[in-house]
Design a protein around this ligand. Sequence first.
Ligand code: SF4
Ligand code: FES
Length: 235
Amino acid sequence: MSEAQVSKVVVTVDGPYLVTGGVPLAIQTITPNNEGLSWEWTEGRSFPSQPAYKLCRCGGSKNKPFCDGTHAKTGFDGTETASRRPIARQSETLDGPTLTLSDAEQLCAFARFCDVGGKIWSLIEATDEPQVRALVIREAMHCPAGRLVLHEKPGNKEIEDPLPPSIGLVEDPALGCSGPLWVRGAIPIESADGKRYERRNRVTLCRCGASTNKPFCNGSHASIEFNDGLTAFTR
Ligand code: SF4
Ligand code: FES
């Protein structure tokens, strides 16, 4: 298999993400419930399949989501500052009666699926109630960033719904901004120094250029009101 056929995302030095292996690319919109809280993911327009493509990482491309070389003109500093430690060692854990919640706060992409029903950090304490337990599992599985991870009690088996290998372009109409790249299905992510980050089912990569935890999203897109121009926000 040639390099271009291997599915992976490579972070380039102060430049774009190089995606190989024909990874599907589509808009993924955060969709609220009746109370205005994040509830569903809605898949939108998909982009024609390409064996390899470069996704903007600085936020400045005029051809988003793709790179147009703007990073070189603006002197984008894409230095990777995220921890390389396994996610389990970056997380705090909260113990509930039937589930354990691991929380790596620095990875939060601010998608807010964890807010319904009074926030997952409180709900975890009532997971002996089947409805609460189901809601907690739903919320964690919808967390795009993989900040929130659940384990069964007893046994410590990880709960994870396998996601199709693909990249989502996150759109957040409730906040009127675009969000990160939602990298799904354990696609390997390679640092600019050639080392790999832990392979995970759900991670979010910064594409606005403003995260202080690069290459991962830390929610900064919301404060800078990042807009990729792919969605007509009415807010
Ligand atoms: S990214 Fe995860 S932890 Fe952060 S707000 Fe969204 S659901 Fe909650
Ligand atoms: S896309 Fe979320 S911090 Fe840049």
